[in-house]
Design a protein around this ligand. Sequence first.
Ligand code: RTP
Ligand code: MG
Length: 143
Amino acid sequence: MALERTLSIVKPDGVQKNLIGEVYRRFEQAGLKIVAARMMHLSLAQAEGFYAVHRERPFFKDLTKYMSSGPVIVQVLEGENAVAKNRELMGATDPKKADKGTIRGDLAASIEENVAHGSDSAENAKIEIAYFFAAADICPRTR
Ligand code: RTP
Ligand code: MG
């Protein structure tokens, strides 16, 4: 199976609760390699642009306000089946429904403040990676 890339974000609640290391540990243990990373404090406009697919949803305003409320760390993960593997590691959107052993099941406070974002398809991963990174920012791992 070919290597795949996905876009991951440790959301403001994850950074605030000092969970960056814990989330990265889970990626690395699962064989997902970090090939680009960047800490940033999103503006409201950047959060709105990133989550534009959800602009008609009732939670859009809250979501974008929360996503711009503090620093996040954005990373590109590379590995076999990276999109699905990252979604598996994160667990269900709502931590009440997420399995134990998943990032959200173990660490998230609510359906909104749920620690991590992960692209939901290979096609969206390409769009989301390009939203934050130039091709030259990505450092393919040879070992
Ligand atoms: P994400 O895009 O952040 O990886 O999360 P997801 O695919 O599991 O869930 P999605 O439906 O794409 O929703 C995006 C984010 O919006 C917030 N949300 N709030 N209040 C609510 O009912 C609600 N529903 C979703 C969450 O932060 C969710 O991760
Ligand atoms: Mg989503």
